[in-house]
Design a protein around this ligand. Structure first.
Ligand code: ADP
Length: 408
């Protein structure tokens, strides 16, 4: 017990010197004295019992009083404080004890201090990780709330807009029918009415998109599985977009590929909407004179359809964002209006709807593009994987088709 006796000899010196070194302000020093004395007495106990774990409770208390900013910052850690206490202890021992006593004290204290530092550092890391996890949890909860209010807003807005829109559409059509044929202003009135009609049609498309998005968000999208052929679907999209392609001087190439003429079960209307969105985007984000190419291949159990364009491209970091609601890129105020005009950005609902439709089919959609560049036009390729479904997924319809086939 020589060591603890030697330590006792330096107790008073140790407490005042360590408190002086650790605290620069008198008030802090006062508060510190009590803690420092507690530390010293536990140190003494640890030496007596040859048990470094005796210090754990006080170190744990000290770590727990650290603020989050102190924990994040290496200078705020307890490590420098413990090193300073250790150094001070050795200096005080050297000055006040005999050489033998000093060596003995050093030997006894070294493992206690190293265990203390290890313990404090582990505690600090544990607390830090705990704090980060709780912050992440808070952020996740906030994001979930935000996502929910976004979704609620879309749903309410869409339904609120629907009624007045239907009213306007009705009155426009009535006005058109009641305009006197012989009126000298008829031609002019017709032009104005066409303008109102085009505006309401675009508004109707946006409201319908908002309703689709809120259905997808709430898992309410139900599919109507029917037999269809991908090549026929793509041909009808080609026909629908022919005017825009001509206006924009874009060459839209739809290739026949193995699998495109296979009969599959899918929701034709929804797939039409999904493919049209992707092809229309190809046209929209490609400058006049560019190319949009539709191709594909047959894979085991799947058909893969690709839509490539020679347009502005998409930065890899945005490849996920564009499939999120309102995930429009670039400066929205610079977008032109119009559905197929160059960069004629819409509200950013097309791709989330497309993804919702493809996901509901059990498929997948993703994009490949080396980046966004409005000078070199690197282009983008959208990949769509669709399950090669030879029967409808739902049992009742499957049986009906089986019976029909057998009857024929
Ligand atoms: P929008 O109605 O704005 O076209 P989408 O959901 O269809 O909304 O697309 C989201 C965003 O993804 C677009 O605003 C555009 O920035 C980007 N994008 C989609 N398709 C392409 C493409 N083929 N080339 C470049 N950017 C694209």
């Amino acid at each position: 017990m020589i060591t603890s006796k030697s330590l006792l000899k330096i107790r008073n010196n140790w407490i005042s010197e360590v408190a002086n070194q650790l605290a620069t302000q008198e008030q802090v020093k006062e508060d510190l004295l009590e803690e420092i004395s507690r530390f010293f007495d536990l140190l003494l106990q640890a030496v007596d019992l040859r048990d470094p774990y005796v210090l754990d409770p006080i170190l744990s208390d000290w770590v727990n009083t650290r603020t989050e900013t102190e924990l994040e910052n290496p200078e705020g850690s307890l490590m420098p404080v413990l090193s300073q206490i250790q150094l001070a202890t050795f200096n005080i021992a050297e000055r006040n004890l005999t050489k033998e006593e000093t060596i003995e004290t050093f030997t006894a204290l070294l493992p206690i201090f190293s265990h203390g530092m290890e313990f404090a550092s582990t505690e600090e890391t544990r607390l830090h990780v705990q704090h980060i996890t709780s912050e992440l949890e808070k952020t996740r909860a906030t994001l979930e709330k935000l996502e929910k209010s976004k979704s609620d807003f879309i749903s309410v807005a869409a339904h609120e807009l629907k009624t007045p829109l239907t009213l306007i559409e009705g009155y426009v059509s009535m006005l058109k029918d009641t305009l006197p044929q012989e009126s000298s202003r008829k031609d002019l009135a017709d032009i104005y009415l066409k303008g109102v009609h085009a505006g309401t049609r675009r508004l109707r498309e946006i409201v319908d998109d908002m309703i689709d998005v809120s259905m997808i968000d709430n898992n309410l999208l139900s599919l109507n599985f029917q037999p269809l052929w991908i090549n026929r679907l793509l041909d009808s999209i080609h026909r629908e977009l022919s005017e825009s392609i001509q206006q924009r001087n874009i060459s839209l190439n739809i290739n026949r590929f193995p699998g495109s003429d296979e009969m599959i079960f899918a929701d034709g209307e929804r797939l039409f909407q999904a493919f049209r969105n992707v092809i229309m985007n190809g046209i929209k984000y490609t400058p006049d004179g560019g190319k949009v190419n539709v191709d594909g291949r047959l894979l085991p159990g799947f058909i893969e359809i690709t839509v490539s364009d020679t347009g502005i491209g998409i930065d890899p970091e945005d490849h996920g964002r564009i499939f999120e609601k309102f995930g429009r890129l670039g400066n929205v105020s610079l977008h032109s209006s119009g559905k197929t005009k160059f960069k004629g950005g819409g509200p950013g609902l097309g791709l989330p709807i497309t993804k919702g439709i493809i996901d509901a089919h059990g498929g997948a959609i993703w994009v490949e593009s080396i980046g966004y560049d409005e000078k070199s036009y690197p282009g983008s390729t959208f990949h769509i994987m669709l399950p090669l479904r030879k029967t409808p997924p739902d049992d009742k319809t499957a049986k009906l088709f089986k019976n029909l086939i057998e009857a024929n």
